[in-house]
Write a new protein. Sequence first.
Length: 302
Amino acid sequence: MPGGRLTHDDRREIATGLAAGLGYAEIARQLERPTSTISREVTRNGGAHGYRADHAHYATTSRARRRRTSDTEPLSGLDQQVREFVERFATMMVDGGLPRMASRVLALLYTTDSRSLTAADLVRELRVSPASISKAVGYLEHVGMVYREPDPRRRLQHYIVAEDVWTQAWKVSARTNLNWAETAAEGASLLGPDTPAGVRLTAMADFFHRLGEDMAGGPGFEVIDDAFTALAALLHAARPLTAAELATALDWPPTRITDALANATKYAEYTDPIVLHQPTPDTYTAIPTPTRLTPDQLARLS
């Protein structure tokens, strides 16, 4: 019947359809199943060219049996309440975007009284395969959240949570947002910034660029420092100046003052309560942030 778990007969029909060169959508229609169900089934069990119905059914049954065992039996060495907390802790990290197995490994490492755990400890406590632990630890090492330490007496690796684990997690999120921004900007350039798609992608790039930089602590000091200096010079001059006049006054090359003025505009939220203003297309001055004071406050100060 449609819906529910795939049966052995369903898997035989999938194998027959693949052998006949049918696509996932056509096989799904024949079985009255979602295409995503067929896609996941085939991907988990050897792919389109390696799918075998009997093997897939056995493997799926074995995985289900292991999950039932894991769900009903407490982890060795942990009482039921601690085990449940570890799983809740892991689920929270999954909701935050961390892969499921990496979350379970990190949650267990973080809540153990031991300074470290070995791969064998993780396999035993989480009741998963060594390959699953290896993949999860590899991911956590790559993002700097966990590191390994060799045992000087035995041929073992001990896995330890990095002291700045949450700082590393924050940096990973910041890098992800900046990657989204760069990809969106590339798409906007490709499709044209004035097209409807280009406008959407530009807005997306601006949003994730700002979010990524905020998470990373804002623009680097070396980027914003020249913008502050340019604004300070404009405040001291107390009159509009051209970029060339600013460059001469500061004894900077033209490209440096151009970058400084561009960054003063780009990072106006960091220069607040002073922002860059152009009274004419070729001149610049520094003014109070227009939105800093209310209309009533401005009226009383005038």
